[in-house]
Ligand binder design. Structure first.
Ligand SMILES: Nc1nc2c(ncn2[C@@H]2O[C@H](COP(=O)(O)OP(=O)(O)OP(=O)(O)O)[C@@H](O)[C@H]2O)c(=O)[nH]1
Ligand SMILES: [Mg+2]
Length: 352
């Protein structure tokens, strides 16, 4: 059903053995096979548009790694939450990436296919678009348009994000017209200049448009309601207490990686490798103890990252701990260790 454009803003264990993550504090509500309402939502968009931040805001849990740099998300991550009797399963996707960027940022091959894969199992697709980026605000990314054209049969909605960054909201109507080619849910946008031939910069088949700030939460409740409206009765694929399809190992490593992206300049953090070395979920104390190593290419870089007196590393650690507390909803003790990548043996060494 068509909805109006919302112009006004409302305010000791090895982790590898563990399965899907669950809400530890909640009792299991239902058995998996019971019929519920479920909606699978793929969230796609250009890099750094705020996809992961939006999902975290809606699920009220920092499941998806987010940072101020592009290409924070490198693989599909599911984040699951409940609203009333509906299970919402989000698929956080990597931002659209070109082959050139993939090489530049040392990104995994699987990223290129991840977005398209996410669309196959979606009931509804949300496109997050950054309206604060003056270079791209008036055009949808061409790869996003291509993907949407491929899945015209799946309902899609447009999320104009970062509206908190705009000094004036006047430009929003023009942006919406551009991104929707002046059409929402099969109807022309009221007051659109019908005489002027519109350049096709967007996608004409969005069912709804939302204006939000994923950072402060403005407008996200409207998205929740829309998603509940698009849910279907079916048996749960995830248990009622699950909140991610990822292992704690992956989530901790990604949270650490994201924080290094936040704190370090340019391409430096993309060349670091994070690895969880120790994880203990002490259930009776509601506490997680973990240790992560971060492999640096050189000794010099390790010193630079660590900062004077190890100050920067301490700061990173403290931010990661806060994010993990927000993710696991329990006490987290984390150690982060920098280690220097061991050099491959030189030819001379190999001869002996
Ligand atoms: N001001 C403002 N910043 C936001 C908002 N939403 C996200 N951000 C910031 O935008 C940056 C990118 O956010 P992410 O959630 O990592 O973006 P993403 O689309 O998941 O990025 P990739 O995974 O790299 O494709 C972060 O620094 C967020 O804090 C918003 O509504 N307002
Ligand atoms: Mg992301």
């Amino acid at each position: 059903m068509a909805t109006l454009v919302l112009i006004s803003l409302r305010r000791g264990h090895n982790i590898r053995t563990l399965g899907t993550l669950s809400y530890s504090s909640q009792p299991k509500r239902e058995c998996k096979k019971d019929l519920h309402k479920v909606v699978n939502v793929a969230i796609i968009g250009a890099p750094n548009a705020g996809k992961s931040t939006l999902i975290n805001k809606i699920t009220e849990r920092k499941i998806c790694a987010a940072s101020n740099k592009v290409h924070t998300t490198t693989k599909l991550v599911r984040a699951i939450c409940y609203e009333q009797d509906t299970q919402i399963v989000f698929l956080d996707t990597p931002g659209i990436v070109t082959e050139k960027e993939q090489k530049k940022y040392n990104l995994p091959d699987s990223m290129l296919a991840a977005c398209e894969k996410s669309l196959r199992c979606a009931d509804v697709v949300g496109v997050v678009h950054d309206v604060s980026n003056k270079w791209t605000k008036d055009n949808l990314h061409s790869d996003v348009i291509k993907m949407l054209e491929m899945i015209k049969h799946i309902p899609s909605f447009l999320i104009l994000n970062k509206v908190d960054m705009l000094k004036t909201k006047k430009q929003l109507l023009a942006i919406i017209r551009n991104l929707t080619n002046g059409m929402i849910a099969g109807n022309p946008i009221p007051n659109a200049n019908k005489n002027k031939k519109m350049e096709e910069r967007g996608y004409s088949h969005f069912s709804d448009v939302f204006l939000v700030s994923a950072l402060n939460g403005d407008g996200v409740n409207d998205i929740k309601k829309y998603l509940i409206g698009n849910s279907k009765p079916r048996s749960l694929h995830y248990s009622a207490t699950d909140w991610s399809d990822q292992t704690p190992e992956t989530l901790i490593e990604e949270a650490v990686r994201a924080k290094f992206l936040d704190f370090l300049a340019q391409e430096i953090p993309y060349n670091l490798k994070t690895q969880l070395e120790y994880f203990d979920d002490i259930k009776h104390e509601d506490k997680i103890i973990c240790s992560v190593s971060v492999e640096c290419p050189t000794e010099r870089l390790a010193r630079l990252i660590s900062g004077a007196g190890g100050g920067r590393l301490q700061q990173i650690k403290s931010h990661v701990r806060n994010d993990l507390i927000d993710m696991f909803k329990k006490t987290v003790v984390i150690d982060i260790r920098l280690k220097v990548k061991s050099k491959p043996p030189s030819e001379e060494t190999l001869r002996f």
